[in-house]
Write a protein that binds this ligand. Structure first.
Ligand code: ATP
Ligand code: MG
Ligand code: MG
Length: 568
């Protein structure tokens, strides 16, 4: 399957491999540890680690940690965990751009000595003002032509803490008239009296991303530096800097389009806002498009990788249909999840002929039925496979006098085409057991059905009823032996298609993104460990919540619905 991927990046790499341009392909995934990874990062991870694997190369995990203000150890730890969970591993130790600070400083000094960099003492406002605009050339800084000796001394002073934040920067000396604003003497170092999570208080100057990134790539022997399209304009500087420092085999940057998915956000900053304002329940809220959220939601690494394969890699900007993601996730679950019955909106059913009917079960059952009757508990235990694939084992389902079925499976006045129970169509098969016939419905004062009375046909345990066809099968759970469970249903977090375009994120929120139901589930579902996925028959795929589930207080999150008309 991997051989068939031939997006433009893989084609470039394939050509380079065929031309034996490099000893080995080396890529990197370079997250800034200022938040949790999200769906957009998954694309970058699948691409960078994916091509390394396909072409016999290696991929580094490098923290792009040059801006200590927003970075935290917690983020660092989670990123590692997320990458591994997605099924990838980096070569050697995880790397930090911050561990190159000494080398980067040496290279900055080299630039100064070459006459390619200068210290600018203008205020940030002046620097911005004098940068010009795309139809107006920039004005050179008064410091632009200072001597190498002066600049070296000033830069050393910067390093030694003689300047306050925002009072001095080091700039590359390129061209203040370049049509590309990134080439108008970009800032490569700034003063920041701020402790760093890796280097402590060693530094009070920090390199800018545009300086640190290409040089980190070069230092690590990265061959193909893959990034998103918004960095296309930064490539001239990327090439300029690796050329000025003088690498024999400099890395090259290639840009691909970002992943955007409708009704969701792929921006750490905006996702952080949702966390900070407690709009969601943390970074791993199952509604979040973070890897942590998607993991807790029950999405699978296989499904996420399949999704990235289907999205592909190109330079075309676009918005991917959320249903493609759901398709990939659903597809990854079908063959791997045990089945079970869960009633999400319970409606009580009392079987008025239970004892009579069930007392004859052994005589009247079909040969295919495997069961045992516990007379004391008045429970018929039905043995059923967990999955059509019998290798996945069996479980016992208790069938008792009182059951729950779903409220939605009985309608006094059914809409046209309704196939479940109603006064006009009182018979239906209960999944894995008998055919049931409703004899009476009981309503409350407002006319809502609150209970059904019914009978079962004793001759229908595992066989068709005689003389009539009964259409439809519904799921059910024993009322006396079933287990109450919290079941969480999800809708997209945002009700607008492109929440990134809304100035106030609150305006874009979907008030129905979370619904909590008091469900009842068959006993086999609750003893599983937290983080176990199931298919609840007729309802969808669910996972026992990794944080809150216990067999005493079961909690299940909806992963995805059973089907969707969408075809990729
Ligand atoms: P954010 O805006 O969410 O902070 P970022 O690009 O600043 O994203 P980084 O931690 O710097 O976040 O990203 C690490 C890598 O992931 C980068 O190479 C970046 O290009 C890539 N990446 C981030 N978002 C996306 C996306 N939506 N699609 C594809 N790649 C992405
Ligand atoms: Mg970034
Ligand atoms: Mg960012």
């Amino acid at each position: 399957k991997d051989e068939q991927k031939n997006d433009f990046i893989r084609n470039i790499i394939r050509d380079d491999v065929n031309a034996q341009k490099y000893q080995q392909i080396v890529t990197r995934f370079p997250p800034e540890p200022n938040g949790y990874l999200h769906l957009g990062h998954v694309k970058s991870i699948c691409l960078n680690f994916g091509v390394a694997k396909e072409f016999g190369g290696i991929c580094h995990l490098r923290y792009d940690d040059t801006n200590p203000t927003a970075e935290k150890q917690d983020y660092i730890d989670n990123i590692k965990n997320d990458v591994q969970w997605l099924g990838f591993d980096w070569a050697g130790e995880a790397l930090h751009a911050s561990s190159y600070f000494d080398q980067l400083y040496v290279w900055a000094v080299q630039l100064i000595e070459q006459g390619d960099a200068y210290v600018d003492l203008q205020t940030p406002e002046q620097i911005k003002e004098n940068r010009g605009s795309f139809n107006e050339a920039g004005k050179p800084s008064p410091q632009r032509d200072a001597s190498v000796a002066d600049n070296s001394a000033l830069f050393e002073d910067m390093k030694n803490g003689k300047y306050a934040d925002g009072t001095a920067v080091l700039r590359a000396k390129i061209d203040m008239t370049d049509a590309n604003m990134n080439m108008r003497d970009p800032i490569i170092y700034r003063v920041m009296h701020q402790e760093h999570h890796q280097t402590g208080d060693k530094w009070c100057i920090y390199p800018m991303y545009d300086f640190a990134h290409p040089l980190s790539d070069a230092l690590e022997g990265i061959t193909h530096s893959l990034c998103t399209l918004e960095f296309e304009d930064h490539r001239p500087f990327y090439d300029w800097i690796v050329n000025k420092i003088g690498f024999e085999q400099p890395p090259h940057q290639y840009e691909f389009s970002r992943l955007n998915v409708d009704h969701t956000l792929t921006s750490k900053r905006k996702l952080k806002q949702l966390v900070d304002e407690a709009i969601v329940d943390g970074w791993d809220d199952p509604r979040m498009p973070t890897v942590a959220g998607m993991r807790r939601r029950g999405y699978t690494p296989e499904g996420l990788r399949d999704f990235c394969d289907r999205v592909g890699v190109s330079k075309a900007d676009g918005v991917t249909d959320m249903r493609l993601l759901e398709f990939s996730i659903r597809q990854s679950l079908d063959n791997t999840t045990a089945r079970g019955m869960a009633v999400l909106k319970p409606l009580k059913v009392t079987i008025t002929n239970f004892s009579d009917a069930v007392s004859q079960w052994e005589m009247l059952k079909a040969d295919s039925v495997n069961a045992r009757f516990d007379a004391e508990a008045q429970t018929l235990w039905l043995t059923q496979p967990n999955h059509p694939n019998i290798d996945m084992g069996e479980r016992e389902i208790p069938f008792t006098e009182t059951l729950y079925i779903d409220k939605g499976d009985y309608e006094i006045e059914p809409p046209a085409g309704y196939k479940r129970l109603s006064p006009e169509k009182p018979e239906i098969r209960l999944r894995n057991t008998y055919v049931l016939a409703v004899t009476e419905h009981i309503t409350d004062d407002s006319g809502n059905v609150v209970e059904l009375k019914a009978t079962i046909d004793p001759t229908t345990l595992g066989q068709n009823p005689e003389g009539r066809k009964v259409k439809g099968v519904i799921h059910w759970v024993s009322a006396s032996q079933g287990i109450p469970a919290t079941v969480r249903l999800y809708e997209p977090l945002f009700s607008v298609e492109d929440p990134s375009n809304v100035s106030d994120v609150h305006q874009a929120l979907n008030p129905n993104s979370l619904t909590e139901l008091n469900a009842v589930v068959e006993p086999s579902l609750v003893n599983a460990d937290a983080g176990t996925r199931f298919q609840f028959e007729r309802e969808g795929y669910f996972i026992s919540d990794s944080e809150e589930h216990s067999s005493d207080q079961p909690v299940f999150n909806q992963i995805v619905s059973l089907r969707d008309s969408y075809k990729p």
